[in-house]
Design a protein around this ligand. Structure first.
Ligand SMILES: [Zn+2]
Length: 392
């Protein structure tokens, strides 16, 4: 028997596959599955919007996982229209019932001025770096791209902000904002693991940026070396998907709460004191807010976090890491975030407890009768006092 040439093989495949023109396919975009069987480097240069990408060589192994419905109409395309004929033949052999091949492939499609775009895709380096995420079907490429596209603002580059920032950067959250107006002091290093001895005296935000960028150059670290106040908070938080609150005082927490409600940005709240920590998630109008949980700041003499309090060194590492994992869950819509639940950790007992936190129907900030939210300034004694907006 004579050995078949590649042309013979192509002709053989052609006899089994219907080929269609772009004119026939374009009006059906959205109704048919477009299957791009080119190599990854070709696909990354540009593809038909919404196309499923499985390289020709991987079809037999991956297609049934990617396209489980064998009765759905599929248009296979490659660069010029030959590989797609072989690809379509493979699908037909696998039992797909309605498969055609696009004549002229992507190149002719593009030359004719039909819709295409550069698909969002992980680079080979990113595929390697985030490999353990890609192995989780709940995260996979789509989740990782979402994280890379996410913007998280960290309030404070201290005890809680340090572990949260490190883990969010490592996980590939693409934009991390860090706000802190302090400089690194040697007494911070007992727990603030973003910083190191050679950074003592440096602005904390600059030290944070160095550490996070060294860990993961994918991350864009945006620094705010300012005091968060009523005058700047709305501008600063604007555009962020989520806030990780690691602040240590009541005035800022109320300010953050009210501003995040106005902007409808979820807040992952964490706090620590001595040997204990707490984490909860405030999802604006979908769960309780900080004022629902703590309607009034305690009097200054009973508000230990307003003064310097002792804290065991590792404790913020645990609480800040829980904040980071809650942040990722909220960003990816995974599992049950701590919305309406307060997780309390006791390091001495080595115990975790959760408490229900309910929305307060009479909450002055998020309740149905709440008046328009006023972003107010608070004094150093934790006493709230409204500030007249500039110009009044
Ligand atoms: Zn509330």
């Amino acid at each position: 028997m004579a050995v078949a040439s590649s042309r013979d093989l192509l002709n053989q495949a052609r006899s089994a596959v219907r080929e269609v023109d772009a004119d026939e396919v374009e009006p059906r975009l959205g109704d048919v599955v477009l299957l791009d069987v080119r190599e990854a480097d070709e696909y990354e240069q540009g593809a038909i919007p919404g196309a499923v990408h499985v390289p020709r060589g991987m079809l037999e192994f991956q297609i049934e996982g990617r396209l489980p419905d064998k009765s759905a109409p599929v248009v296979v395309y490659c660069a010029a229209g030959a590989r797609s004929v072989f690809g379509a033949k493979t699908l037909i052999d696998l039992g797909y019932q309605d498969v055609v091949s696009l004549t002229g492939g992507f190149n002719r499609w593009k030359d004719q001025g039909r819709p295409w775009r550069v698909p969002q895709a992980l680079t080979p380096d990113q595929r390697n770096r985030y490999h353990r995420h890609l192995l989780l079907p709940e995260v996979a490429d789509g989740g990782q791209l979402k994280l890379l596209d996410s913007k998280v603002l960290l309030l404070g580059a201290g005890g809680l902000g340090s572990p949260a920032a490190l883990y969010l950067a490592a996980a590939g959250v693409g934009t991390i904002g860090v706000i802190d107006m302090d400089v690194v002091d040697a007494s911070n290093l007992q727990r603030q693991i973003l910083h190191s001895m050679d950074r003592v005296g440096e602005r904390k935000v600059d030290s944070a940026k160095k550490t996070l960028t060294a860990l993961n150059p994918d991350v864009d670290v945006v620094t705010y070396d300012v005091r968060l106040g009523a005058d700047n908070i709305l501008d600063i938080i604007d555009g962020y998907d989520l806030i990780v609150d690691g602040t240590d005082n009541f005035p800022t927490r109320y300010l953050v709460n009210d501003a995040s409600l106005l902007k409808r940005i979820p807040v992952v709240h964490g706090s620590i004191f001595r040997f204990e920590g707490q984490v909860t998630v405030f999802d604006p109008y979908n769960g309780p807010c900080y004022r629902c949980m703590i309607p009034e700041p305690p009097p200054a003499e009973l508000a230990p976090s307003c003064a310097e309090a002792g804290v065991l060194g590792v404790l913020p590492g645990i609480v800040g890491s829980i904040q980071a994992i809650e942040a990722i869950k909220v960003l990816l819509g995974l599992g049950d975030p701590l919305i309406g639940r307060l997780l309390a950790y006791d390091a001495l007992e080595q115990s975790f407890r959760t408490f229900k936190v309910r929305r307060d129907p009479s909450c002055p900030a998020c309740g149905p009768d709440a008046e328009g939210i006023v972003i107010a300034e608070y004094d150093e004694y934790c006493l709230p006092h409204a500030v007249r907006p500039a110009g009044e």
